[in-house]
Design a binder for this molecule. Sequence first.
Ligand code: ADP
Length: 437
Amino acid sequence: MNNNGWPVAFRQLSLALLLAWFIGWMLGNSFAIIALALAGFLGWHWYQLHRMRAWLLNQKDVEPPESRGVWGLVFDDIYHLQRRQQKSQSRLKAVIQRIEDGTSALKDGVLMVNNQGNLEWWNTAASQLLGLKESQDLGQPITNLVRAPEFKAYFDASQYGEPLEMPAPTNSDVQLQFQITLYSLQDRLILCRDVSRIKQLEAMRQDFVANASHELSTPLTVISGYLETFIDHLDTLPPHWARALKQMHQQSGRMESLIEDLLMLSRLETTQLKEHNSVNVPELLNALQLDAIALSHDKKQHIEVEAQWINMLGVSSELGSAFGNLIFNAVKYTQAKGAIKIRWWQDDAGLHLSVTDNGLGIDSPHIPRLTERFYRADASRHAETGGTGLGLAIVKHVLLRHEGHLQIESTLGKGSCFTCHFPLTRTIEESEETHIN
Ligand code: ADP
């Protein structure tokens, strides 16, 4: 009601009372007539209230009832308010409709799940990918509708940094990728995509690399074998062949390492983790220390191992390959007489293996990219060491298969520290600390 309402109501009441008093004075009973007028006034208001209620309940969309005075103003104001609300409601509906049209056109599934884990809304693609039906699945727990144990574990863990990939519930040939985002009060927005094509291409690439490496390996072994024989009989050959044969032998050795690393990487990518066993890490490190000393050879570096007697659950060959890569890198990228320290220990955070050197170090912009295949911090340095550029990619894959991760700290010109972290659940046994030099 606008501001004029109350003066109008007051004026109406004053006029009615004045008239009643005048008539009562004429008839000689002012009190009774004023009471009668008040009752009539109240009755009129009650009647108008009744009309308003009936209008609000039954006739929201039509024009308000005709009325005079203060009630006419009230009806008009309510009517205008309703019209304004209807307009903003239609605007809101149009926006919602546009959003729904947009999400229906999406090829990716979008689902909204409330904080109880119940399905609140989803788009057409989600219906197709997950086989949902609005009539029966609305309000149902999402973990009842996508019944795979890995989905339930992923959903309940609330750790959504990495997406989950699994076969579609409706068709096991289709690979789906789920990415969950928390919003508002523990509500969840789930995006689900069909990644079958990407997976297929990835598998094709892996197969190609594995097959090509495998096919190259045999001829290369033959070539290396002949080159070795020639080198063994250099004295019987013309002297100008010596340099060329030695270089060919060196390069074929590099190609063999490259193929070995490529095959190792493709095995890590394509095969399931072998049976977990108790790996005697201190013993493994002792053996690697001897290999490192042999590799260090003329450089005469100080290579020290400090290991707690703790075994770890894992695959010995894979861990040996990962730790070996880190240790041999330290030897390769540390100058003569440098110091290399290998540590193996356990604390509240888990199991850790670190390889620290005071060698060449790495400039910080390179550090995040070191585990990429063929990434080298310094191409000229690489040419001298003859590395394959695959060592740290192998380390990363092995750690992933052992629930671990790699931490790299390095300062150019001062040295590096590569640390592998594993969860405590992989600990097998623990006893006294040992120090081996
Ligand atoms: P590579 O076979 O070239 O050694 P890696 O994947 O093992 O390949 O290492 C990638 C790059 O990381 C290396 O080319 C080198 O530049 C750098 N790097 C690795 N370990 C060290 C280290 N201990 N000190 C300095 N640089 C290192």
